[in-house]
Design a protein. Structure first.
Lengths: 146, 146
DNA sequence: TATTGTTATACTCTATAACTATA
DNA sequence: TATAGTTATAGAGTATAACAATA
């Protein structure tokens, strides 16, 4: 492996980003597996839980950076397990609000604890200030790409 | 979308990491498409080009964070287009060294220019010092996850 | 005309297991 | 026994296009 140290590729931010992201997602998925969730389903569940009035699927797609057609499937899956439900919006009959059920909220709490703990393996040695900076930089990358 | 601003999920480093990574990979893939490459094939090509003595597939798997079985397919693809070739190692007859051909080197140069330019959209507003810090942090995340 | 949600489809990526040939 | 490479397969993620209902 000696020949590959300090290589241009291993200095490439895109490469480093996807490799680090993959590692963290893998760790999170492992932690969520016991709850029958994966990161994408979990993300939808969390957003539904925290939106008192419900979230539209369009909003979910925008925040998560997914195509609306993918959101349909994720919500289908969660709804099938009765972790969320779709409720027609009164203001706009095209939209359907996604809301968490009591079971969904309970599962989210348990899953969140495990997910948070698991991510400490790859992220544990980052100081609070570094986390804040990383958060800021990643958000700016996302915004600039939008 | 108002209800989702400053939300716990959008502060989660794992979530931010995968969203930012996705954006950069998407931009890179778009830039590489004209060369008939995607990031993974491109990464293998770059590493093969820069290893004068060739790289083993095991080394590629370790650096890229991929399973060896995935590397086989990536190298097959590049070899099929005669961008790299497999040469048996004299030291260890189990290993096969991957080396870039002249065509592979030429394609890498052209592809690298486009990929670098494309990534400036999402990463352009990061100052040099920020890039260095980000590089460092992402490398540490990968190392800690290893 | 534009937007929300939906269905369908094809392709890429990821994860595993099992096998071979060499060490 | 362990390692490098290979084959095969299934599941998850991504990317598009087209459509109905509603705005």
């Amino acid at each position: 492996m000696e020949v590959l140290m300090g290589h241009p590729l291993t200095d490439d931010l895109g490469f480093l980003l996807s490799r680090a992201s993959g590692a963290v997602v893998r760790a999170t998925n492992t932690a969520l597996a016991g709850h029958g969730l994966r990161v994408r389903q979990y993300s939808v569940l969390v957003l539904a839980c925290d939106a008192a009035e419900g979230v539209t699927q369009r909003e979910l797609a925008d925040v998560l950076g997914l195509d609306p057609s993918q959101v349909v499937l994720l919500v289908d899956e969660l709804a099938g397990r009765e972790l969320v439900e779709r409720r027609p919006s009164e203001a706009d009959r095209r939209t359907r609000l996604v809301l968490a059920t009591a079971a969904g909220r309970a599962l989210r709490e348990a899953a969140e604890r495990d997910a948070t703990a698991a991510v400490e393996a790859p992220l544990g040695l980052l100081a609070d200030a570094e986390r804040d900076r990383l958060r800021d930089v990643l958000t700016r990358i996302w915004t600039a790409a939008g």
